[in-house]
Design a protein around this ligand. Structure first.
Ligand code: SF4
Ligand code: SF4
Length: 112
């Protein structure tokens, strides 16, 4: 389940630098995926690229964007349910050179 940003976003920018997968972009900003640039998914609010969001699995045990968002508008996208395994596989494909620790309560919200 990728995380999504709702229209409650106040464009504070706090979430963007916290994402371990560079999945968050400012409204109107093009995003990068697999070396290619694509048009913004939102022109009005910060947005998350679902193909790059792992719900922080592999890195942290909580969605870092949600942890810092002052208005709690980083929420699970009900239309994008993904298993922990699928999210870890995504993290590995985004960071091919990184050695991921085995999933535990430290790096997966599924294990907390
Ligand atoms: S849940 Fe984690 S990986 Fe997904 S956008 Fe937020 S900070 Fe990035
Ligand atoms: S932290 Fe929340 S309010 Fe601030 S830009 Fe990110 S989603 Fe929007």
């Amino acid at each position: 389940m990728a995380t999504m940003i709702t229209e409650e976003c106040i464009n504070c920018g706090a979430c963007e630098p916290e994402c371990p997968n560079t999945a968050i972009y400012a409204g109107g900003a093009q995003y990068e995926l697999n070396g290619q640039m694509f048009d913004a998914l939102s022109n009005d609010f910060y947005y998350i690229v679902p193909e790059k969001c792992t719900e922080c699995v592999g890195h942290f045990n909580q969605e870092q964007c949600a942890a810092v968002c002052p208005v709690d508008c980083c929420v699970p996208d009900p239309n994008r349910t993904e298993t922990e395994d699928a999210l870890l596989a995504k993290a590995k494909s985004i960071h091919p050179d990184k050695q991921f620790a085995p999933l535990s309560a430290e790096n997966s919200r599924f294990r907390k």
